[in-house]
Design a protein around this ligand. Sequence first.
Ligand code: GN1
Ligand code: MG
Length: 368
Amino acid sequence: MTRPECIALQFDLNGRIHDINPHGTGNINRTFLVTTDTDPPEKIILQQINPQVFRQPGQVMENMIVVTRHMLARSGQQDSIQPPWQVPRIVKTRKGEDYHIDQADTFWRAVTYIDNTLSYETVQDDHQAETAGVALARFHRLTRDLDPKRLHDTLPGFHHTPEYLHHYDQVRHSGSDRSMEYQESARICSDFIADHRSSADVLEAAKKEGLLAIRVIHGDPKISNILFCAETGQPVSLIDLDTVKPGLLHYDIGDFLRSACNPAGEETMDLEAVRFDIHRCRAGLAGYCSEAGSFLTTCDIGYIFDAIRLMTFELGLRFFTDFLAGDRYFKTTCDTHNLQRARVQFQLAESILNQEGRIHAIIEENAP
Ligand code: GN1
Ligand code: MG
């Protein structure tokens, strides 16, 4: 594996490298925080893009450039955004390129670190859920007039639940099935998928019928990707822009709420602690609608519940399929990591379904 210390030298930093440490909890890329010996130190995020997941890393970079430029221009025009919205900027290599390709042909890129901010693995309270909702809405508002056709589809099929089901069926029939080793847990997951698969195409069907429009999406607005001002707690940025691409706002809304409303977090070992917290949901949606409400159509609102239920089901399905396939996609730390992650998401999906009426009522309350 290439040493990040050698790679960091390829980038155009002001001082000498003082420190490099693994950073964050991403499941796909390798991420490091690099600090220089200057006063004040320069801090950058150095990342190796996972080539198994992102087949066209150059296009990932192009998307990132288009979206960050657009957001910077728009946020500069909107004084009402306080504290100022920040976007990570690309740090060029010494050769003036946007990324470095190492000897193994993998892509490395560096972006500025947004300082004086905090991020969290789980939402701390309802107020933070509301603030996080504002952050997602701000991203959608600032990219609203960016034509999604200007972005590459860097991950075809991403958040297309029926395609994940198709892949799951293939893996099950391919014989590489590990479920025999962990029968009970695996049976709970496969039963849940069997019981709920028939309603997996609701968003895709609405997209095909033209009921939901393709927009610019973030693709991964889980709570740990939102940065809050360290002093005031206000939203400052939505980071991790690898998955920005054309898609449905519903993918983002559903993914945000499945992450923000699970107080136990997606890595918990305590399944009994996993639930969809209705108060977090009310706060998160109130925050989101306070900035995005004006551009949501009645039809958009009508599919919010499906988005929450589906994005949760889908992530459980993706983790479980990866477990069955031998952990090829998500990084894992033990044999049962993806299985446990799948159990967490299915438990959360169950809790969402059990509270359907209350969630619909909250969506109605917030509907503009
Ligand atoms: C992955 O790598 P990371 O942590 O940013 C995944 C998301 C999942 C998330 C779950 C490209 O994101 O879709 O929601 O894990 N990213 C990709 O934690 O598949
Ligand atoms: Mg991500």
